[in-house]
Design a protein around this ligand. Structure first.
Ligand code: T1G
Ligand code: NAD
Length: 708
């Protein structure tokens, strides 16, 4: 046997153990090792049945995603194809019991379904998450799963890609038994129980494949759901086609069709983008100059200053992670309002089935309201979320410096202000850092962790680790104006308003970016967040703007009319009582009038120009941020935009999207805009260099790390 796969015997029961840390992926050598073990079992008369189990923390978490690049670039070393291994297991005359702990995902669940029985510990999870990588199951998962669960559940699991807990998987017919205690012992005992029973081949179990009429409704519903919830993604629709084939074609033909659909997806740009994101979400946790073994500061208690829109959400996030949190406000009225919002948000989560009432009751007990700093000396971490003003922030941090215990982390949720400036109001700048949550903080997954020039490695490492604990994706960014996300968002929004002033309609701008895949158009986002928020920031920084540079004015003019967006019932759109956006001809008229008064030539604006102006504004600013070192890698920017700004995952983020288009083409377009619209479109030097050298943004940090 190989190091990757061991075969042992336990009194007539063979045990196949897969050992390929960290997640027992089906890397080259693993399928071959399993096949050899099955052959041996087949020929060994002393073996009555077999158990296959994963070594370490999990069962098989799927095919080795790192190998996909080799397949799509034709460099794959071949090796035993998974579908034929699964037929080999299924055709083994001795019953094979799959013993599952951790995650049986993708090829791991497909392998498990080729076994004759499946048992699992209650904490295990199973799933076909392939669509999240822009592919579909490629080893007959879409053919075997409906034979175990029925068509409805199978199409849901393959098209949505969400995991199922073991208890549910037992109900769905995927598992045969839950094992409490020692999994291997329980699985071997189970194998003894069934050793004399005839083997059941999953591929021959057709009784749950339903009738054409029943299935037609299921597939129509699934397609509509996929088009709505996974807008623009190809793989979910391909997964539905593959499960449908299982109900219409014999197993072998259905498997062939699945394989074709799988390869079509694998070679698609969408899949490359989503695999980039898969590894990117893990890459952003690695900070080159902060070693893995950096000591972490224990965070067992926390405090939040300000219970407004953000403070309340942040307190919920900490409580949801089981961290007791003090919540301080300036006065009782504000505190009551903040607590009221928290209770309302929790009630919504219970109504939507996200939390149980008992979970919420427990969490609410962890949130301690207060009007004083008295108990702050117990807090390991303090997060400030008061109004966005430097003077107030410095006042609060000076107070926190006085009342907090030595070693406490002092964090600010500021969205634009200078972290070093805030830290200068304390005697412990090494303990100060930015923790920039996104609204609503209890929902948005992104957390920009802003490194001040004095922030210690322990504080940074602790916040990066804490972001995982509170269910966020932490991305480390530098301390520049607007950090990474908002700094790029500024030119993106600027261009969307310029386009209005040049003749495009509000609906045309928003629908162009919506169709591109953004969760929402930039103008609708402005109305949601409040146009006055950006207006206040633009006014605060107007003195820093270069004279003679074109400034967007339509948004400011709307705010002067009190049109702040949803909160005032009208902004770029007007809103009905259910906050539904309605195009407003009055706004179109006002913008036309103001633009003509400002002598801006009016013209037809194409959909492509709208997308290019807005998205390339992101890319160009992203390139500046990279070369100035405020983001560690291009993928960090991509992760920020997917999880904080609704950039479509199947396009991989703005920097990956630019790499996919080709930087030469992007650079040419940016130069065109530079000629037409002036200095604001000056190409970033990094974009220029990489385009001229035929390189990608993805290469930049490799260059950096090579020269570091
Ligand atoms: N292939 C290669 N590397 C993988 C991997 C995989 N399938 N899964 C994880 N890793 C790496 C990951 O990059 C990280 O590396 C380390 O393992 C730990 O991962 C034929 C075609 C299992 C729930 O989509 O969901 O099967 O950063 O940090 O939080 O039809 O990993 O340390 O260098 O995520 O404990 C389908 C993907 C594949 C499952 C564990 N399978 N993995 O979470 O650890 S397609 C998946 C996960 C397929 C078939 C098709 C999670 C996990 P590094 P981690 P974790
Ligand atoms: P908000 O106006 O909703 O809440 C601020 C709260 O701070 C108010 O309830 C106020 O009473 C309280 N406060 C003021 N002074 C205080 C003091 N001395 N002690 C205790 N509480 C005090 O503002 P918000 O939208 O929650 O923004 C808070 C911070 O988060 C700002 O820095 C903002 O830039 C940042 N931020 C906001 C968003 C957003 O979308 N709203 C997103 C990210 C970051």
């Amino acid at each position: 046997m190989s190091d990757l796969v061991q075969l042992t015997k336990d009194n007539g029961i063979a045990v196949i153990t897969v050992n390929n840390p960290p997640v027992n992926a089906l890397s080259p050598g693993v399928p071959e090792g399993i096949a050899a073990a099955i052959e041996q079992i087949d020929q060994d008369d002393s073996v009555k049945a077999a158990v296959l189990i994963g070594g370490g923390k999990t069962f098989i978490a799927g095919a080795d995603i790192k190998e996909f690049g080799k397949i799509t670039s034709g460099k794959s070393g071949g090796g035993l194809e998974l579908p034929s291994l699964l037929l080999k297991i299924e055709d083994c005359p001795k019953p094979v019991v799959m013993a599952i702990h951790g995650s049986a995902f993708g090829g791991g669940l497909e392998l498990a379904m080729s076994g004759h029985y499946r048992v699992a510990v209650p904490s295990a999870q199973v799933g076909q998450p392939e669509v999240k990588l822009g592919i579909i199951p490629g080893a007959a998962g879409t053919q075997r799963l409906p034979r175990l669960t029925g068509v409805g559940k199978a199409v849901e699991m393959c098209a949505e890609g969400n995991p199922s807990k073991a208890a549910d998987a037992l109900k769905f017919g995927i598992l045969d038994r839950l094992i409490e205690g020692d999994l291997l012992a329980g699985a071997v005992a189970f194998a003894r129980e069934i050793a004399d029973k005839p083997v059941r081949k999953t591929r021959e179990r057709n009784e749950k494949l339903g009738s054409a009429d029943e299935n037609a409704t299921i597939f129509a519903g699934a397609r509509e759901n996929a088009r709505k919830k996974q807008r623009g993604m190809l793989a979910p629709l391909a997964a539905i086609d593959a499960v449908e084939a299982a109900t219409r074609l014999p197993f072998d033909e259905g498997s062939k069709l699945e394989r074709k659909l799988f390869l079509d997806c694998l070679f698609s740009d969408q899949s490359k983008a989503l695999i980039h994101i898969f590894f990117g979400e893990r890459e952003v946790a690695k900070i080159p100059d902060i070693p893995k073994e950096t000591p972490l500061i224990p965070v067992n208690t926390a405090a939040v200053v300000g219970a407004g829109t953000m403070g309340g959400g942040i307190a919920m996030v900490l409580a949801n992670a089981g961290i007791p949190v003090l919540l301080k406000e300036a006065d009782q009225a504000a505190l009551d309002k903040g607590l009221g919002n928290i209770q309302k948000n929790y009630a919504t989560s219970v109504k939507r089935g996200r939390f149980t009432q008992s979970f919420v009751d427990e969490r609410l007990k962890l949130i301690q309201p207060t009007l004083s700093y008295d108990s702050f000396r117990n807090a390991d971490l303090v997060i400030e979320a008061v109004f966005e003003g430097m003077a107030l922030k410095k006042e609060v941090f000076a107070e926190l410096d006085r009342v907090s215990k030595p070693g406490a982390i002092l964090a600010s949720n500021t969205s634009t202000l200078d972290i070093d400036e805030i830290a200068s109001s304390t005697a412990r700048p090494q303990a100060v850092i930015g923790t920039h949550f996104f609204s609503p903080a209890n929902v948005m997954r992104l957390l920009e962790i802003v490194r001040g020039k004095a922030s210690s490695k322990e504080v940074i490492a602790t916040c990066m680790q804490l972001s995982k604990r509170i269910g966020k994706i932490g991305v480390l960014v530098g301390n520049c104006r607007g950090f990474v996300g908002n700094r790029m968002f500024h030119p993106y929004v600027r261009e969307s308003v310029f386009l209005l002033e040049e003749g495009a309609s509000v609906e045309a701008v928003d629908s162009a970016l919506y169709d591109f895949g953004m969760a929402m158009g930039p103008l609708a986002v402005g109305d949601l967040a409040g146009l006055d928020v950006g207006w206040r920031i633009r006014k605060e920084y107007r003195h820093l703007e270069k004279p003679g540079i074109r400034q967007a004015f339509a948004g400011d003019r709307l705010c002067e009319l009190g049109r702040y967006g949803q909160k005032s019932g009208a902004g770029w759109y007007k809103y009905d009582e259910n906050r539904r956006a309605i195009p407003d001809p009055e706004v179109a008229g006002l913008i036309r009038k103001w633009s003509v008064e400002s002598r801006i030539p009016q013209r037809e604006v194409s959909k492509q120009e709208i997308v290019d102006r807005c998205v390339y504004a992101l890319v160009n600013e992203g390139a500046r941020i990279l070369e100035e070192g405020y983001a560690l890698r291009a993928v960090d920017i991509d992760i920020i935009y997917l999880n904080g700004y609704g950039f479509p995952a199947h396009r991989g983020g703005p920097m990956w999207y630019a790499d996919t288009i080709g930087l030469e083409k992007v650079y040419d377009r940016v130069r065109e805009f530079h000629k037409q619209h002036g200095e604001l479109w000056e190409p970033a030097p990094l974009l220029k260099r990489l385009a001229e050298e035929g390189k990608r943004f993805g290469d930049f940090h490799k260059e950096q790390s090579a020269t570091a």
